[in-house]
Design a protein around this ligand. Structure first.
Ligand code: SAH
Ligand code: SF4
Ligand code: F3S
Length: 454
């Protein structure tokens, strides 16, 4: 952890000395990383991680706004924290992230939960330490939803893993898919300096990290806002040379920007994993157009075919949505057919939920909830059959795993991920967490595989 930046600020006393913090994170990997930055800042102020909620002097909630459900969970959580705060008067509660980047939502939250000390949007992250100090002296919730982000470079990070690291390459999003709140709460695209990313990757490798995941809402648009002229393919090619790293992953790729050069770099790269997460969202051209995705079903399938041809053994995963405004049964059938044609290893499936302020939310053709639920079930069922078939074909193969730790359901087994990002459980006598091992796949299920060490 780097402390220099904090020590350089004379106003920041280590006011967290002797205090414990708890973080609760909703949403995507970008948010997981932001929580690691928040934890880094807190530790540089002297705070230490709490082992349980009861022990916490400070609770930091990092919120997500992408669908209705994670927002409702935050409200539920704050409802429960009300009782805890009544018992523990000097408890400090801070709510940050995507949900509260919107001034109206932040104000409403402050009204409903006046015992919250600090409400800070995504852009306020670099100011978090100062805000926290101020909030503790304020009797009402302190709110910062200003849009002027300021640089995030050099903030301390407390990573939650010793072998896998998130490495953001581009913040924000310019795409404005019509259903999506992310561009509204994460701001415009800002690529991080090329040299800074490379330097950080070397530092992570020197610290023993074996795997990095490059993060961006759309990593494929990396670099277009930089003077240097480097694009994402250049970045990946350069990172592939970093000694000590074993695996490089990246999330998320927008189909409209996936360049032939990127496929070429993935093909040649030694460390770049044979896995691509390529959200399709829908299989109907009419819906894709309404979603403002800027590719067609045909273009998408062509991309998947190219990837499978050029990168043998690649796993392709996707995101799909059902119940977009006005989605007909025919439109939905085209999404089902897309599953058969693309043959995804895995699909993350969502029921569309309107996000206030987005274009789709004004479309006024919301489908009844039972229709959406029924479509989701059919979609999940079809995809599960495909995932199982693909996984069964792996039985008998030898695969490399990066071991993540004891299996969640069976403490006698360890769990790891293949380069294709499949979860594998295997029996082991010793703790191999954080190590690369070879296993042979012996059993296959829809969501995971079983292997034995070779
Ligand atoms: N940047 C990524 C996705 C970020 S959000 C991309 O472009 O693919 C993750 C997923 O949430 C999306 O892929 C989409 O499937 C889903 N999602 C986004 N907005 C949604 C909404 N309003 N309702 C339901 N699902 C949504
Ligand atoms: Fe949302 Fe589209 Fe941007 Fe992804 S690319 S974050 S779905 S607007
Ligand atoms: Fe991620 Fe949710 Fe924000 S998906 S970018 S945490 S709205």
């Amino acid at each position: 952890m780097e402390r220099a930046h904090v020590d350089a600020s004379p106003r920041l006393e280590p006011s967290g000395e002797g205090k414990k913090y708890l973080t609760i994170t909703f949403g995507c990997q970008a948010n997981e990383f932001d929580t690691e930055v928040l934890a880094g800042m807190l530790e540089s102020m002297g705070y230490r991680a709490a082992a349980s909620q009861d022990e916490a002097d400070l609770v930091v909630i990092n919120t997500c706004a992408v669908r209705r459900k994670p927002e409702e969970k935050v409200a539920g959580l704050l409802g429960r924290l009300r009782a805890f705060k009544e018992k523990k008067q000097d408890l400090v509660i801070a709510v940050g992230g995507c949900m509260v980047q919107r001034p109206a939502v932040a104000a409403e939250l402050a009204r409903r939960f006046p015992f919250v000390n600090l409400i800070f949007g995504t852009q306020a992250l670099p100011r978090f330490m100062q805000l926290l100090e101020l909030a503790q002296k304020s009797r009402r919730p302190l709110i910062d939803t200003a849009g002027n982000g300021g640089s995030r470079e050099g903030l301390p990070v407390r990573r939650s893993s010793r072998f896998h690291a998130w490495l953001p390459v581009i913040y924000g999003c310019n795409n404005f898919c019509s259903y999506c709140i992310v561009p509204h709460v994460r701001g415009r695209e800002r690529s991080r300096p090329f040299e800074e990313i490379i330097r950080e990757a070397h530092a992570l490798a020197a610290d023993g990290y074996l795997e990095i995941t490059l993060l961006g809402q759309n990593v494929n648009s990396y670099g277009h806002d930089l003077a240097e002229g480097h694009d994402f393919a250049d970045l990946l090619a350069e990172l592939d040379q970093v000694e000590g790293l074993a695996r490089i992953r990246f999330l998320t790729s927008h189909p409209k920007d996936l360049s032939p050069r990127l496929v070429e770099v993935m093909h040649r790269g030694k460390k770049i994993c044979e896995h691509l997460h390529l959200p399709a969202q829908a299989g109907s051209n009419r819906i894709l157009e309404l979603m403002n995705r800027r590719y067609t079903r045909e273009k998408y399938l062509e991309l998947v075919a190219t990837l499978k041809k050029e990168i043998p053994g690649i796993a392709v995963t996707t995101d799909l949505m059902v119940g977009f405004p006005g989605e007909t049964e025919e439109d939905f059938q085209e999404t089902l057919d897309l599953l058969d044609e693309a043959r995804f290893d895995q699909a993350f499936t969502f029921i569309y939920s309107p996000r206030p302020g987005t274009r789709a939310a004004a479309m006024n053709e919301e489908l009844p909830a039972p229709v959406k639920r029924e479509r989701l079930q059919r979609l999940v069922r079809r995809q599960n059959e495909i995932s199982l078939k693909i996984n069964r074909a792996l039985v008998g193969q030898a695969m490399e795993l990066l071991v993540e730790g004891p299996s969640k359901n069976n403490p006698e087994m360890l769990s790891g991920r293949t380069r294709t990002n499949k979860l594998v459980h295997f029996a082991a006598q010793e703790d191999l967490t954080g190590r690369l091992v070879e296993v042979e796949i012996t059993e296959a299920y829809t969501w995971y595989l079983i292997g034995k060490r070779v």
